[in-house]
Write a protein that binds this ligand. Sequence first.
Ligand code: NDP
Length: 444
Amino acid sequence: MSYVDEVIASVKQKNAAEPEFIQAVEEVLESIRVVIESDEQNYRDLAFLERLVEPERIIMFRVPWVDDNGKVQVNRGYRVQFNSAIGPYKGGLRLHPSVYLGIIKFLGFEQVFKNSLTGLPIGGGKGGSDFNPKGKSDNEIMRFCQSFMTELYRHIGADTDVPAGDIGVGGREIGFLYGQYKRITGLYEGVLTGKGLTYGGSLARTQATGYGLLYLTKELLKINGIDIAGKTAAVTGAGNVAIYAIEKAQQMGVNVVTCSDSSGWIYDPEGIDVALLKEVKEVKRARLTEYAAARKSAEYHEGKGVWAIKTDLYLPCATQNELPLEGAKALVANGTIAVCEGANMPTTLDATQYLQANGVIFAPGKAANAGGVATSALEMSQNSERLSWTFEEVDAKLEQIMINITHNIDEAAKKYDMAGNYVAGANIAGFLKVAEAMKAQGVV
Ligand code: NDP
């Protein structure tokens, strides 16, 4: 059996109850197979892949907190410090009832390659909890965040591990987490990113993932001889990534006609009204039915199925495995030109393969949504030098990073005779830097 197949088999056996982690490992190892097999004996002697797929450290902990009725609640907290070969662990915290170890490991593993692709010195990690923030009061959110940080603080630091936001963790939660870290340690340091502007946050961090997605999409289309202006797009999600993807797409002359949340989706042929969407989601924290109620041109559909709408571009920005094979078939039938992932692994493996086989330009999340973590790293730089850059400075750096990533993944795919396969290009380009650093640092 080849070395890659052996390691995939062993990952499946050791992590049988973690399908998302297996999916992520399989996808990465399949696409770096060509690199590994060009020097198989050496990688095998170093047990290189076994080390790559094993997190450096997993921290799991109890998070007790008291709800508004005085009842004690207990959640489970996680931090997976996956790989620190090229820098301190960096990756978000997710608060969602679906969170369990397998989700955090899959996200942490992906983060290693994503962070490498940014060209910045950041290793990969991820964390979170099965806490459900929906319907909780601000005080309950605060008590949860304080309890979570009361354990997490001992494992993180500005030069060791720097968490950020993810699903369910936005500015409010980062504020509560930061306050508790500072209270316990007495340190005013860049230990979290996504902070508010009055206490060390970076301008453009809120917009970064969505904006970055569009910078990459535009460049990728350009490489393929296509102009983004005048195209139509479907976006899924209605959170941080989706909102700012829609905003930047519109600035580029794209008509975005959909968005969604976990209850249903909007079709708005006149184009999503971003100001209204922000009001519904960021201010009122309400459901999309409120968007539909406030806007005549919008239709509300219960459940899933954004892929039924015919558009040139499809930008999934909600969550993992939201775009199944059935959806990919609909997109191909509709003549979709490109699918660029704003969320992490929103497309199932079979759907990805179907899109690629049918000539759809496909940009994987680890490249396409890297703008968020890249700007987090820029926030870390600003914190270290105790300076704040202007919005324009950060945005310009973000755009350049996304353009560089686009060309890196394109060139890596071409170098290994897989031109146009940006999944392979992203995995290979991300892997090579981490591999070189791991080899240089010996068996650790
Ligand atoms: P938010 O919590 O702000 O928004 C998530 C959106 O996706 C909401 O509209 C939510 O709907 C929807 N959603 C969440 N879970 C599900 C589900 N199981 N089924 C259907 N819809 C769902 O998160 P973000 O926008 O920050 O993150 C979205 C994706 O982007 C995630 O995959 C995240 O890992 C990834 N990402 C985020 C980055 C960032 O900087 N924020 C950086 C890189 C990647 P509802 O409100 O109903 O729950």
